[in-house]
Design a protein around this ligand. Structure first.
Ligand code: ATP
Ligand code: LTN
Length: 334
């Protein structure tokens, strides 16, 4: 809770171009939550450097991501949209929480295992303690809910464990956050390997739909999507490719799986793939147009970055002061 309103935090890394998975699994849900919650949406650039980045490229992508949050429909006055690196409380609370996290807990994190096998030349301590910084992000804003895709569930659990551990020593300092995982689109799979999640860091561009892909590219990628050979549009675990396309179509059109099965009862994969492609292209079109307009308005985006960093810093500092006092740091003489 913050100022009597339920609070919400979420973030994305500027590690690549956002995919349809990021949109359907996270961003799309975010837009519906701004009335009910005090919302903080962060571009988590501190997290991004757990993998080596080109500095100019990171800065560019981070700004594009922040702009995309707005283009996707987040009102930057109602929602606090900002860069993690502009609010030093994230790193400061992260350090304190490191001292309340066990190595055994971190050893169990699947994202660490995945990322360290992908980046075996750079298994750094930041990659290992990533979930602690993520816990700090969430707890800094006394977040009640955290909307994420299902791959982040394990990180949410550790954030709750850390908060409960801290509270059990020092009293009720942190709100215990709940994950908010949308019903449709929580796990969009790769178009080339439907056993794997669609990911912005996938090397194969045909595996992902990027939010900035033009309609022809989108339709072509869906046409090439890996499916099976029985040519029936049926939602079943043994048909992961078709299941994924049905999930995407459902999230893009609002139709239920039963409605989709009925609609395509007498169609083949070709027609279905085309319909999925067209529905996705039409969902993305207005976001792309808005993104292009916003990107040209440097002064407007700068004003949002400045105002929201101040707002986020205000709330972050409030929690941080409380935590510093609890753990026994001396008060600053002002
Ligand atoms: P990376 O490839 O760099 O690990 P990513 O594509 O997995 O990135 P993140 O930045 O880790 O994306 O995630 C941003 C948000 O999007 C998170 O809430 C995450 O759960 C959600 N998300 C990511 N991929 C998917 C997906 N395939 N389906 C649904 N949600 C997803
Ligand atoms: N780990 C998340 C990004 C992230 C996040 C957060 C999400 C960092 N801090 C706090 C929700 C809340 C990811 O990789 N998707």
């Amino acid at each position: 809770m913050l100022d009597g309103k339920k609070s919400l935090f979420s973030g994305m890394q500027a590690t690549g171009t956002l995919t349809l998975g990021n949109y359907l699994g996270a961003l799309k849900n975010w837009v519906t939550l701004e009335e009910e919650y005090q919302c903080f949406y962060c571009v988590v650039d501190l997290h991004s450097i757990t993998v080596r980045q080109d500095p100019a490229e990171l800065r560019k992508r981070a700004r594009a991501l922040l702009t995309l949050y707005i283009a996707a429909g987040l009102d930057p006055v109602k929602n606090c949209i900002y860069y993690q690196s502009h609010v030093s409380g994230h790193a400061e609370l992260g350090w304190i929480l490191n001292c309340f996290t066990y190595m055994g807990e971190l050893n169990r994190m699947t994202q660490f295992k995945d990322k360290s096998s992908k980046h075996s030349d750079n298994i750094n301590a930041g990659l290992y303690t990533y979930p602690v910084l993520m816990a700090a992000d969430i707890l800094l804003f006394q977040s009640d809910v955290v909307p994420v895709g299902s791959d982040q569930k394990q990180h949410l659990e550790i954030a709750r464990d850390i908060a409960e551990r801290f509270n059990s020593v020092y009293g009720d300092v942190f709100t215990i956050p709940e994950p908010y995982i949308g019903k449709v689109g929580a796990r969009i799979m790769s178009l080339q390997d439907p056993e794997k999640k669609m990911s912005k860091s996938d090397e194969n561009p045909n595996a992902s739909i990027y939010l900035m892909d033009d309609p022809d590219t989108i339709i072509r990628k869906f046409k090439r999507a890996v499916t099976d050979s029985d040519n029936q549009i049926r939602y079943a675990d043994e048909k992961p490719g078709i299941k994924n396309l049905m999930d995407i179509y459902s999230a893009a059109t609002g139709k239920t799986i039963a409605e989709i099965e009925k609609e395509f009862a007498s169609s083949g994969y070709g027609d279905f793939k085309l319909a999925v492609g067209e529905s996705v292209a039409s969902v993305l079109k207005p976001i792309q147009t808005r993104f292009d307009e916003l990107s040209k308005d440097k002064a407007y985006i700068d004003s949002i970055i400045k105002a929201n960093a101040e707002k986020a810093d205000y709330y972050a500092t409030k929690t941080l002061r409380k935590v510093q006092k609890k753990v026994g740091f001396p008060e600053k003489i002002r």
